[in-house]
Ligand binder design. Structure first.
Ligand code: HAM
Length: 447
């Protein structure tokens, strides 16, 4: 049968046998966010186009070339979010979250959409974990979010990912720097790509992250922002480094990091690796002290970062990081006959209520086929339930790996006793990480 269509270029499916890898990464991100005091914010996948045009910046590649923008039937121009910062800022402003006290600390998981040329590590639909912190100019906050990013990467077991740090100053230092860039690039006018040529007047810093190799080469000799920082920006940057040093976070100062989005001020940073090819930036972020005002709010200095989920998973793969697989099915109940099927169904509910994964036949297989399926599922224990077991009110539970059999009573205590058997067999609980700790405590209390 021919499929009527396939997935869109630059998008990926996460199949059931892979999703535990995503969940493992997301759980660590959630735990670290909580430890650092960030709470989740969820925003819509599309916003008014104007939000990104103003927020991300008219002269960026993202806005000029990569957005999925369309008119709704009502005639509004809307855009699928190309990143998470602008939508989060819009929500913070719209709900006046500053009234709840500063700083406002938010985290998010978002899908993002950019019409870029797909390649390894570069998708048209990708996913980000992000952090945004609003209402602080203190360098402690810069160091705090960088430490959080570092903790996530450490807990994911990644080595070979290093932090590159820079400051791109405030509008005052930027004005002088922009002039220096114009002076530098103007003699090369004839060699620049057309996009860069149009950016030379409006936003010359964008020339520094042009993807064209010729322009990139010219940009190598350009003046460095770090030579143009005002006293305040320089002091701020020095403080950020002091805090990072005190937390033992290692970094390299890289004055060529300017980031591809327009809202950044002062601190910018990227975590990069060489192990997944050209698209090696797994995390990018920085301060954006002017964004909230740009979007119509009052002055609210803010900062954040986002990590690319797909890229992180690629690095984990490349570095052979072992991601614990969730526990397989703990109990398969093969049932014979109508009465047994009904009994199996009610037993299954009791076992599942303890948070223990259990299965029975739902497709009408015969006994042998059921046992074969239990094996395929990787069920840890199995039992065969028929009229005899129901009459005698006891049942043999078989350890599928060792073949050992244990008899359990088929009464109200079955689920608890089975849980006891599970915990006895897997004494370190290592394989049962997806049983919620509360459920394990409950089980332990009862046995
Ligand atoms: P960004 O550098 O554009 O920054 O994206 C952040 C991360 O998303 C990148 O480091 C990369 O890992 C991932 N990423 C970006 N584009 C793609 C793509 N086409 N395919 C796969 N992964 C991709 C931002 O989006 C900012 N909003 C980050 C931020 C938050 N700054 C302050 N707060």
């Amino acid at each position: 049968m021919a499929l009527i269509t396939k997935k869109i270029k630059g998008t990926e499916d996460v199949l059931p046998k892979q999703s535990y890898r995503w969940q493992f990464v997301e759980n660590i991100m959630r735990e670290e966010s909580r430890a650092y005091g960030f709470r989740e914010l969820r925003t819509p996948v599309f916003e008014h186009t104007e939000l990104f045009a103003r927020g991300v910046g008219q002269t960026t590649d993202v806005v000029q070339k990569e957005m999925y923008t369309f008119d709704t039937k009502g005639g509004e121009s809307v855009t699928l979010r190309p990143e998470g910062t602008a939508g989060a800022a819009r929500a913070v402003l719209e709900h006046a979250l500053e009234n709840e006290g500063l700083p406002i600390k938010t985290s998010y998981f978002v899908s993002c959409y950019r019409y870029e040329k797909p390649q390894a590590g570069r998708l048209r639909e990708f996913h980000q974990f992000g952090i945004e912190e609003y209402g602080t100019q203190s360098p402690v906050a810069d160091a705090e979010i960088i430490c959080l990013a570092q903790s996530v990467l450490d807990r994911l077991g990644l080595s070979d990912v290093h932090l590159e740090l820079n400051s791109i100053g405030c509008p005052a230092c930027r004005a002088k720097y922009n002039q220096a860039l114009r002076d530098y690039f103007t003699p090369y006018r004839e060699q620049l790509c057309t996009t860069c040529l149009s950016r030379l007047e409006k936003n010359p810093m964008r020339l520094l992250d042009c993807k064209s190799p010729e322009d990139h080469k010219i940009a190598e000799g350009a003046p460095k922002i770090t030579d143009y920082l005002c006293e305040e920006c320089e002091a701020h940057f020095a403080q950020v480094q002091k805090y990072l040093d005190s937390a033992g976070v290692t970094y390299t100062i890289n004055p060529t990091i300017v980031r591809g989005l327009d809202y950044y001020t002062k601190t910018v940073f990227e975590f990069v690796t060489d192990c997944i090819g050209a698209q090696g930036t797994v995390c990018g972020g920085g301060r954006y002290d002017g964004l909230i005002e740009e979007l119509g709010g009052k002055h609210l200095p803010s900062l954040g970062f986002a990590m690319g989920m797909e890229r992180l998973l690629m690095v984990m793969d490349a570095q052979g990081v072992d991601i614990p697989q969730p526990a397989p099915c703990a109990l398969y109940i093969a049932a014979m006959g109508d009465a047994a099927k009904i009994k199996a169904f009610s037993l299954l509910k009791e076992v599942r209520e303890m948070g223990i994964p259990a299965e029975t036949d739902v497709v009408g297989r015969g006994l042998r086929a059921q046992m074969k399926y239990a094996d395929k599922l990787g069920a840890r224990f199995s039992m065969v339930l028929g009229d005899n077991e129901i009459a005698e009110k006891k049942i043999k539970v078989k350890n599928m790996e060792s073949g050992a059999q244990t008899e359990l009573p088929l009464d109200d205590s079955f689920a608890e006793k089975f849980a006891g058997l599970v915990l006895e067999t897997d004494a370190d609980f290592g394989e049962w990480e997806d049983i919620p700790p509360e459920a394990i405590n409950e089980i332990l209390k009862k046995i």
